[in-house]
Ligand binder design. Structure first.
Ligand SMILES: CC(C)(COP(=O)(O)OP(=O)(O)OC[C@H]1O[C@@H](n2cnc3c(N)ncnc32)[C@H](O)[C@@H]1OP(=O)(O)O)[C@@H](O)C(=O)NCCC(=O)NCCS
Length: 162
């Protein structure tokens, strides 16, 4: 069974380990270097109520996390949010990403946001497939906007109206 709950400070080592794994191994995130515990603590401290972080638990422990971020800093964008979902690599394809993103969509809706923006590097097929499965539509592809592991990377943008 998968349960979803708000993240707390004690979840930071879990989130940092999952995130740093993907930073080091994958183009699903455009960070290049692992981030420190202090970086993650500062990121968590700076969250607002409009931009929650959630944890999925399955088999008795944390299996993934997701969060809303402001899409852009200018005030007129305040009802547009970006969603991010990360599931630990040994728990993929068990419905955890779907449960996290579905919960994030409902939270974004009840917080009064207007649109949820997704997207990923075009190499991140699982991420884009998950978003499409939950109703996101592709709005465009930016060519060669990232460079990681010696490759120029395209980014597909997706959007869900809430
Ligand atoms: C993307 C990610 C969150 C998916 O999590 P997950 O728990 O494995 O996904 P689920 O089991 O809930 O899958 C839900 C749906 O997503 C799609 N999907 C997930 N993984 C997929 C894959 N590897 N290939 C194709 N489709 C995939 C399918 O439509 C799937 O539905 P189905 O199982 O009924 O076919 C996970 O692969 C991950 O953490 N990847 C690395 C981080 C990342 O890319 N995050 C997104 C950055 S915003």
């Amino acid at each position: 069974m998968i349960t979803i709950r708000p993240a707390v400070t004690a979840d930071l080592p879990f989130m940092a380990a999952v995130m740093n794994h993907y930073i080091e191994t994958s183009t699903c995130t455009f960070h290049l270097e692992p981030r420190s515990p202090e970086d993650y603590a500062a990121w968590f401290r700076d969250r607002s109520d409009a931009h929650p972080v959630i944890i999925a638990e399955s088999d008795g422990d944390a299996a993934g996390f997701a969060y809303l971020s402001p899409w852009r800093p200018r005030e007129a964008y305040r009802r547009s949010v970006e969603g991010s979902v990360y599931v630990r690599p040994d728990r993929h394809r068990r419905g955890i990403g779907r449960a996290l993103l579905a919960d994030l969509i409902e939270r974004a809706r009840s917080l009064g946001h207007r649109t949820l923006i997704g997207g990923a590097c075009t190499e991140a097929e699982a991420s884009l497939a998950l978003q499409r499965a939950l109703g996101f539509r592709t709005v465009g592809v930016l060519k060669e906007v990232g460079c990681k592991f010696g490759r120029w990377l395209d980014v597909e943008h997706t959007q869900l109206m809430l």
